[in-house]
Design a protein around this ligand. Structure first.
Ligand code: DGL
Length: 266
């Protein structure tokens, strides 16, 4: 099999990376995509850096066995805590979600403007976004806010319930009118974009790291001559637990028809 005909691997702690998958599927219809959701161990955002690193390495090794040509770490928490190590052990190019999110935010923020990064506790504690924003956009003021209840709300399929709006107000009302750009620094958060935007108000632009990552993947694959010329690619879904629930929520939240979801336990 030619390199460019091999699949792209994508992983997340659970459903969140499906926001990247969906953008990718739309941008790259000819690619074969293999998605892994670590549903047995979600959420990652409240785990220790050591645990997130160990899980990420295990999943990377598993996806590499599937002869992928490119790996997308569709999880901000794993990208914050494990990207360098994953790159170190992967013979294929690895894309995280932080760099694309930062680039998209820098395009949207005015000079000297204010960026609010939202993410899991682990992502915020790692300060990966603050560091990347400070290095690439000096003069920009950055605040970070962990929103730990957002992931369980999404994993429960409660994106449009009052509980989601209450949590968004609780976390973000103090920032209303105080940020030019808000980064959705967790791949689960695009599913809460409406409630988040409502709390922040019309003056804050919302940057979706999932969309930014999909666009970056297209650019990198094209630059590397790795785009698959096929007209229609396949999609494979694997989780570490509860495949029926994953499939149901993928359809309910994102209208993704997964077909049969396989299980791989570590
Ligand atoms: N979707 C993930 C992220 O982007 C992980 C959320 C979690 O498992 O806590 O950070």
């Amino acid at each position: 099999m030619k390199n460019r005909e091999r699949p792209i691997g994508i992983f997340d702690s659970g459903l969140g990376g499906l926001t990247v998958f969906k953008e990718l599927r739309a941008l790259l219809p000819g690619e074969d995509l293999v998605y892994f959701g670590d549903t047995a161990r979600v959420p990652y955002g409240t785990k220790s850096p050591e645990a997130v690193l160990a899980f990420s390495k295990e999943i990377t090794a598993y996806l590499l066995e599937k002869k992928i040509k490119f790996l997308i770490v569709a999880c901000n928490t794993a990208s914050s805590l494990a990207l360098e190590e994953i790159r170190g052990l992967s013979p294929v190019p690895v894309l995280g979600v932080i760099e694309p999110g930062v680039e998209a935010a820098l395009k949207a923020v005015p000079a000297g403007g204010r960026v609010l990064v939202t993410g899991t506790s682990a992502t915020v504690n790692s300060r990966a976004y603050s560091r990347a924003l400070a290095a690439a956009g000096p003069g920009i003021k950055v605040a970070e806010k962990a929103c730990p209840l957002f992931v369980p709300l999404v994993e429960e399929g409660w994106c449009a319930r009052p509980a989601a709006a209450i949590a968004a107000r609780e976390y973000l009302a103090p920032f209303r009118g105080k940020a030019d750009v808000l980064i959705l620094g967790c791949t689960h958060y695009p599913l809460l974009k409406k409630v988040i935007a409502r709390v922040m108000g019309p003056r804050t632009r919302i940057v979706d790291s999932a969309l930014a990552a999909a666009r970056a993947a297209l650019a990198q694959l094209s630059g590397l001559g790795l785009l698959n010329p096929a007209r229609r690619g396949s999609s494979e879904f694997i989780v570490s637990d509860a495949p029926a629930r994953f499939s149901e929520l993928a359809y309910k939240l994102l209208r993704i028809r997964t077909g049969k979801v396989a299980v791989k336990r570590f």
